[in-house]
Write a protein that binds this ligand. Structure first.
Ligand code: DUC
Ligand code: ZN
Ligand code: ZN
Length: 473
């Protein structure tokens, strides 16, 4: 009998700290050996000329999340996780959303049922708290944290989700006591409402005005407020989907003062701009809806600011914020109310499959970041911050054999027709990249190869997570 089930041979391995030539031996879904030569395997993959990287972990995706009346997300767990696998990922982390007036526990159980038996790769859920009642804060949340749902997101905007300052403080307080990591959507509700109503009164209702309704200062103000509340309570915080200089500088300011404030950014903030929300001349103004997400994409100076934050360590994670809606659908971007105002265009863009090629190409191939930093931003830090480390997020003996093989010189043009998500478009149509994931191996199984998803729905597990040391006050 062979010593290993699978060997990945002749590749260049990268971790968050090192790049080296090695073979990898996999047994029972785990990395069992890393050595100069591993020859005693039942099966071999020749990785000559390829990079052997930890499979991507996307710690911020939205899958089959309940939406407002008549709106449906474009991905279920099968399509989202297939798309993720094709994009070099071995794990995704979506959100179990509490609807106001309902039990958090019941929402989680219902959401779990959607995932069970349908995931191609491993999954673990964050929670979204929209109704922090005494029951939720006192019993449900602590119990769910003990069950391995060890992080949750709170919103500072959206009618159905926004928490007021007192509620934020109360939720932060529970996080501190129980050791949970809080993720914050930092955009201020009242400022957005004020701007939205003003724009609507002026007749500026096309999707383009979505960006104008939430300028950067709205994000900066909310980030500052969240950071101040976290300082008061003495709890760490992750500010998610940071779009530009202003919020980035708030996080940096907090970090320089010794606060445990972490930052996440996304591909849209280094590769799209608010101008994308404007239809090309003579085009249909509604086509800008394809780019409506929150915070909105900004401008080229913002890209530079985000790179500054990536390079200097202000940001720990680079996630997709995959939140897919079909464009040409009355249940998606072109729903009837959305045609009356940007306010009703569902917020979010698909991106779980394109996150890593964009970061690799814009970052590593263009010389902005090292390969090790790519590994940190795409996998290792997600595992560390969200309680999956050790075990996931690195190429090391004893870790899950979650690995992506990359061709660092392959040129591709991102097109809807090569993607596997449930959306009917990609915001990056025609975007050219250098560097492409050619094979994804999850717990030792080849789940995607050359653009074909080979992993079956149901093979992915729903994981409990441990408490994160990043959440310690
Ligand atoms: N926030 C997200 O994190 N994703 C999509 C929409 C939003 O507002
Ligand atoms: Zn958000
Ligand atoms: Zn999101």
């Amino acid at each position: 009998m062979a010593a290993y089930d699978l060997a990945i041979r002749n590749g260049t391995v990268a971790t968050a700290s090192d790049v080296f030539k090695a073979d990898i031996g996999i047994r029972d879904g785990k990395i069992a050996a890393i050595a100069d030569v591993i020859s005693d395997a039942a099966e071999e993959i020749d990785a000559t000329g390829l990079l052997v990287l930890p499979g991507g972990i996307d710690s911020h995706v939205h899958i089959a999340q309940k939406q407002g009346e008549g709106i449906v997300m474009a991905d279920d767990f099968a399509s989202a996780t297939a798309s993720a696998a094709a994009g070099g990922n071995t794990m995704v982390m979506p959100f179990a959303l509490q609807e106001r007036g309902t039990s958090l526990r019941a929402c989680v159980e219902e959401y779990r049922k959607l995932a069970e038996g349908n995931c191609v790769i491993d999954t673990a859920f964050h929670l979204i708290i929209s109704d922090p009642t005494p029951e939720v804060l006192g019993q449900e949340l602590p119990a769910l944290l003990k069950d391995g749902y060890t992080s949750f997101k709170v919103f500072m905007t959206y009618d159905d989700l926004v928490l007021n300052d007192r509620q934020l403080l109360d939720v932060f307080d529970v996080a501190r006591r129980e050791g949970a990591l809080v993720m914050v959507h930092a955009e201020g509700y009242d400022a957005i409402r004020y701007m939205t109503e003003k724009l609507e009164r002026a007749g500026d209702t096309a999707p383009y005005y979505h960006a104008a309704s939430r300028p950067e200062l709205v994000e900066r103000e909310a980030a500052h407020r969240a950071i101040s509340h976290a300082e008061l309570v003495d709890v760490p915080l992750m500010i998610v989907h940071v779009s530009g200089r202003e919020a980035m500088e708030q996080i940096r300011w907090a970090q320089q003062r010794g606060l445990k404030v972490y930052g996440e950014t996304c591909p849209q903030y280094i590769s799209l701009t608010a101008e994308d929300l404007q239809a090309a001349q003579g085009g249909d103004a509604m086509s800008g809806a394809k780019y409506v997400c929150s915070p909105p994409p900004r401008d080229h100076e913002s890209w530079d600011a985000i790179w500054e934050g990536i390079r200097t360590g202000v940001f720990q994670t680079f996630s997709s914020d995959h939140c897919p809606f079909r464009y040409d659908s009355t249940e998606g971007k072109l729903n009837p109310k959305g045609r009356t105002s940007f306010r009703w265009v569902p917020n979010g863009i698909p991106g779980v499959e394109t996150r890593l090629p964009i970061l690799f190409s814009e970052g590593v191939s263009k010389g902005r970041i090292s390969l090790q930093r790519f590994v940190e931003l795409s996998a290792t830090n997600h595992a560390r911050i969200y309680g999956l480390y050790p075990g996931k997020g690195a190429i090391a003996v004893g870790f899950d054999a979650d690995i992506a093989l990359w061709d660092p010189v392959r040129k591709e043009t991102i097109r809807q027709e090569i993607l596997h998500h449930g959306a009917d478009y990609t915001p990056w149509e025609g975007f050219e990249v250098t560097g492409w994931p050619v094979m994804t191996i999850a717990r030792g199984d080849v789940v995607a190869r050359d653009g074909t998803v080979t992993g079956q729905p149901g093979r992915g597990q729903i994981l409990e997570r441990g408490l994160s040391e990043f959440a310690r006050p």
